[in-house]
Design a protein around this ligand. Structure first.
Ligand code: SF4
Length: 414
């Protein structure tokens, strides 16, 4: 079978239309539930997966009509465990996306995969489907730690999976790592980092998050013994120092990449670009309206059965709200605070000029003295880019360490 044909819009790197869009596609299935996980995901049989994909496809067709004048720059298939689906299903979903949306030629197309659910055949299908970035949920390379988290894989399964992914030709690979795992120590964390950077081909991107105990998870009900605060701080500091030695640049509080491999899709979230979530529970931000699809998978599937079009092929706007929950039209104050606290997550920070262009008012008018004050305390820095003439405000290393404290001062609505 030949690769799926993506409509060849535009010149690589350029958009045809002014309005750009990221697409997020949610696959809510996993082999088993990890003990710390509060994502929308659950084990499911073949029939359930099939019904869900059918509903998802109906949503893709309906939403494609609504976003005809947007160009899709990034697609992210997340979960759950999208790699659990048969390769042909992923191929089918993406083929439909290419038919229903205008997709940029050099669109970044990521798929989340978990070790233990990847096969050589699936990898072939993913490449045929146009996927060009794989994100592997690894968390740790210590078997005891993986077991403590309730993960389905061990370190050897990861190594085998990683080898397969590399051999199948993917060169844009992310690895998710975790600190603060029960039984983890700075030494075992360093050992995991060492194993990752001594892989035959190093991953181009590493996301390093701390474990958070979320309500409603088995860890919340029965919290295991966790590394103490000093250990956590040591691991946090180690991540940046260690990865920098191997050429990784920190571009966001928890994300590191070789230059040119920063995740464009996630940068879109932090820059508040338009994104559309497809699938149960998927969140969207469109022209400053935030909304979310129904979280209940059965309810989501039923909604996709409803006719949403008039006889002329037009989507009926009055039906729109029925597919969504948590719909929120952002006020100007909410947009401004999001601009600041999402933008400051990135090491590049936020630009004074972009703020003025977006809101028609200067940053210092809205936040009098705040930037100056944090600059004096060594938590923020202000730099002028001579090429563009723009002034960027960003967190210093110290500011990154206590970013929550800094961000709190940019809230306007609490
Ligand atoms: S694999 Fe990921 S989404 Fe699935 S249960 Fe584990 S943490 Fe949650």
């Amino acid at each position: 079978m030949k690769d799926v044909k993506r409509a060849s819009f535009g010149i690589p790197g350029e958009t045809l239309c002014g309005r750009r869009l990221g697409l997020y596609i949610h696959i809510p299935f996993c082999v088993q539930k990890c003990l710390y996980c509060d994502f929308l995901s659950a084990p499911a049989g073949e029939g359930e997966r099939e019904r869900y994909v059918e509903a998802l496809c109906r949503e893709i067709v309906r939403e494609g009509k609504k976003y005809a004048d947007y160009t899709v720059r990034t697609i992210y298939i997340g979960g759950g465990t999208p790699s659990l689906l048969a390769g042909e299903r992923i191929l089918h979903i993406l083929t439909l996306v290419y038919q229903c949306f205008r997709v940029e030629m050099d669109c970044e197309i990521s798929l989340e995969a978990n070790p233990g659910t990847v096969t050589a055949d699936k990898l072939k299908d993913w490449r045929r489907a146009g996927i060009n970035r794989i994100s592997l949920g690894v968390q740790s390379l210590q078997d005891e730690e993986l077991k403590a988290l309730g993960r389905i894989h061990d370190s050897q399964t990861f190594l085998d999976t990683y080898k397969m992914v590399v051999e199948s030709g993917f060169n844009n690979i992310n690895i998710d790592l975790m600190s603060g795992i029960p039984g983890q120590s700075p030494d075992s964390y360093r050992d995991t980092l060492e194993k990752v950077v001594t892989l035959n081909k190093r991953p181009a991107h590493i996301s390093a998050y701390g474990l958070i105990i979320e309500e409603g998870t088995p860890f919340f009900e029965n919290t295991p013994h966790l590394p103490d605060e000093d250990c956590e701080r040591e691991m946090y500091a180690l991540t940046g120092e260690f990865l920098a030695k191997f050429g990784y640049c920190r571009y966001e509080i928890s994300n590191y990449a070789f230059p040119g491999y920063e995740c464009r899709h996630n940068i879109g979230y932090w820059r508040r670009e338009n994104y559309l979530g497809l699938g149960a529970g998927a969140a969207s931000l469109i022209e400053n309206v935030r909304f979310r699809n129904l979280r209940d998978t059965g309810g989501y599937e039923q909604m996709q059965e409803l006719p949403s079009e008039s006889g002329q092929g037009k989507v009926l706007p009055e039906r729109d709200g029925m597919f969504h929950e948590e719909r929120q039209v952002l006020s100007k104050a909410e947009q401004m605070e999001e601009f600041m606290f999402l933008g400051l997550r990135m090491t590049k920070g936020v630009s004074r000029e972009e703020f003025s262009e977006a809101f028609g008012t200067a940053m210092d008018e809205v936040y009098p003295g705040i930037v100056e004050n944090f600059c004096k305390k060594g938590l923020l820095r202000e730099q002028k880019d001579d090429k563009t003439g723009r002034t960027w405000i960003s967190l210093t290393d110290y500011g990154m360490d206590i970013s929550n404290y800094v961000m709190a001062d940019f809230l306007l609505t609490v």
